[in-house]
Ligand binder design. Structure first.
Ligand SMILES: Cc1cc2nc3c(=O)[nH]c(=O)nc-3n(C[C@H](O)[C@H](O)[C@H](O)COP(=O)(O)OP(=O)(O)OC[C@H]3O[C@@H](n4cnc5c(N)ncnc54)[C@H](O)[C@@H]3O)c2cc1C
Ligand SMILES: NC(=O)c1ccc[n+]([C@@H]2O[C@H](COP(=O)([O-])OP(=O)(O)OC[C@H]3O[C@@H](n4cnc5c(N)ncnc54)[C@H](O)[C@@H]3O)[C@@H](O)[C@H]2O)c1
Length: 456
């Protein structure tokens, strides 16, 4: 049995950063990753980086208005190759960052607990047992495959991972699920030149956003040709010759519809990757959704075992997994001050075109909490930088506490929103009055200067 100071199961953002931290401090580290295609984890291989590489390529493609479908297909094929070269370079770099360190051993195989301090690694050829008093679980999340007739083993049905391997641009793409992944892929494939239909089971699009923001998003995406079918209950996906036939009903009227497609993307959520881990023998408990239960220092129900990233449920973002690393670093080697309960508010961005970014409470949530608020809005049309870009769709919105003058929340549906939201986040984190952004000297013409007008 090989003994280590720490074993990390899963090569995700938090885990790989912790591995490097432990190694730098002279600890003997084992990191276990089940796939040689996943060194570096979801973000760089099948998540943020490949999608945002393709989103950028799609933005270029959206300028090919007069091109034929064949020309657009050729552009798309090249975009997939660009994406592949970005991810494979990052994968190699991530592997060598750890594997080349004398204190780190990378094991490629499926990790599972044998007991609270023994982990088995099943590689393609053997089973190896590792032992440590300290174990960190960083196994991420996986696509939920909904129980729809005909989706299993259907070569025209894709997940976000497999569709990014598809080199032929689908003429007609049906996306099941209108959440983060659904909307990002809808926007991206519409820009590449696919005809996109989104089937969402919920009556409203992006239900947790204010209705005026959601309406602006829907209208803008519809202008790109995307069709939204709400209340859609997907019954089956048949593979007929070389096309898919999606049968769905309207859950309010029970009317049944059929749609033909060249590809169907399942974007119906992601669930924590815990099934292979044999957590029971380690005394690690999960909640009803299979997420590992942790305290504010990310200790599981077995205090020698911690969990970081998507596997512990809650917000599924790379920067949350990275912050999990900081919490453990500070708990083990620092002042123990950092904890999950201090994290809020956390910003997020959906990389549609233009992007939608948000931090804090929206108007609806603030009113439900009986906060006395001032609402500020600014159409993107009124922003000089947007005019120079020729991108005038969208809406900015801010929620301010009337009594304290503090910013309670902000929603930006605008070009560069995923960058500008970080400025608002810094103002909120440092408890600035809203006048700070109203009167800040920004460069011109920039999207960030719109914050002067939004908060005026
Ligand atoms: C399509 C898509 C787009 C996204 N876009 C964004 C974005 O723009 N911005 C953002 O912040 N977030 C985005 N996310 C979410 C983000 O990718 C995740 O929140 C983040 O990568 C989670 O990292 P993690 O540390 O939890 O682990 P992961 O990076 O998921 O790593 C877990 C690793 O564990 C391995 N593993 C699993 N089980 C075992 C086992 N039993 N043994 C050994 N290894 C195992 C897996 O193969 C994987 O490599 C996106 C996700 C997807 C799917
Ligand atoms: N920009 C980003 O940061 C980014 C991008 C992509 C993904 N992510 C992460 O990945 C996670 C997963 O994304 P996601 O979009 O898969 O999940 P999600 O939970 O955001 O959305 C899933 C959607 O599918 C709908 N749905 C579920 N089952 C359905 C069915 N059978 N038929 C029709 N609709 C159905 C749900 O109502 C929901 O709207 C997100 O929570 C997010 O944290 C982040």
């Amino acid at each position: 049995m090989n003994a280590f100071d720490v074993i990390i199961i899963g090569f995700g953002k938090g885990g790989k950063t912790l591995a490097a931290e432990f190694a730098k401090r002279g600890r003997k580290v084992a990191i276990v990753e089940r796939s040689d295609k996943m060194y570096g984890g979801t973000c760089i291989n099948i998540g943020c980086i490949p999608t945002k590489t393709l989103v950028h390529q799609a933005k270029i493609a959206s300028g090919m208005e007069d091109s034929t479908f064949e020309e657009r297909s050729a552009f798309y094929r090249n975009a997939i190759a660009v994406k592949e070269s970005v991810t494979s370079a990052l994968r190699g770099k991530n592997y060598h960052n750890l594997a080349d360190h004398p204190n780190v051993t990378v094991y490629t195989g499926v990790g599972s607990f044998v007991s609270a301090d023994v982990v088995s690694v099943r590689t393609s050829t053997e089973e190896i047992w590792l032992t440590s008093k300290q174990i960190i679980i960083n196994t991420g999340a996986e696509t939920i495959i909904p129980p729809i007739e005909g989706v299993a083993d259907n070569s025209l049905v894709y997940t976000s991972t497999s569709i990014m391997e598809l080199t032929d641009l689908p003429r007609r793409l049906v996306i099941v699920g209108g959440g983060y992944i659904g909307l990002e892929f809808a926007s991206m494939y519409a820009s590449f030149g696919s005809q996109v239909t989104v089937l969402e089971s919920y009556p409203e699009l992006i239900a947790r956003e204010d209705r005026d923001i959601a309406a602006s998003v829907k209208e803008t995406l519809e202008k790109k040709g995307i069709v939204f079918r709400m209340n859609a209950k997907v019954q089956s996906v048949k593979h007929v010759e070389n096309r898919a036939v999606v049968v769905f009903s309207d859950s309010q009227t029970d009317e049944v519809f059929e749609l033909e497609a060249d590809a169907v993307l399942l974007a119906t959520g992601r669930r924590p990757n815990t099934k292979d881990l044999n957590l029971k023998v380690a005394g690690v408990e999960t909640d009803a959704r299979g997420a590992i239960i942790v305290d504010e220092y990310l200790k599981t129900t077995n205090p020698n075992i911690r969990a970081v990233g998507d596997v512990k449920g809650g917000l599924q973002f790379t920067y949350i997994s990275l912050d999990d690393y900081r919490i453990i670093r500070e708990d083990l080697f620092g002042d123990k001050e950092r904890k999950t309960s201090d994290r809020n508010p956390v910003a997020y961005s959906v990389f549609i075109d233009p992007p939608l970014a948000r931090i804090g409470l929206n108007e609806d949530e603030a009113r439900k909490q009986n906060l006395d608020v001032i609402i500020k809005k600014l159409p993107v049309m009124a922003i000089p930088r947007a005019k120079t870009l020729g991108e005038t769709d969208g809406l900015l919105k801010a929620v301010i506490d009337k009594n304290t003058g503090k910013i309670v929340g902000c929603m930006l549906f605008a070009p560069d929103a995923s960058e500008v939201i970080n400025i608002v986040a810094m103002a909120m984190k440092t408890a600035q009055d809203y006048t700070f952004l109203r009167d800040f000297i920004f460069t011109h013409p920039s999207m960030s200067e719109a914050l002067n007008d939004l908060f005026s």
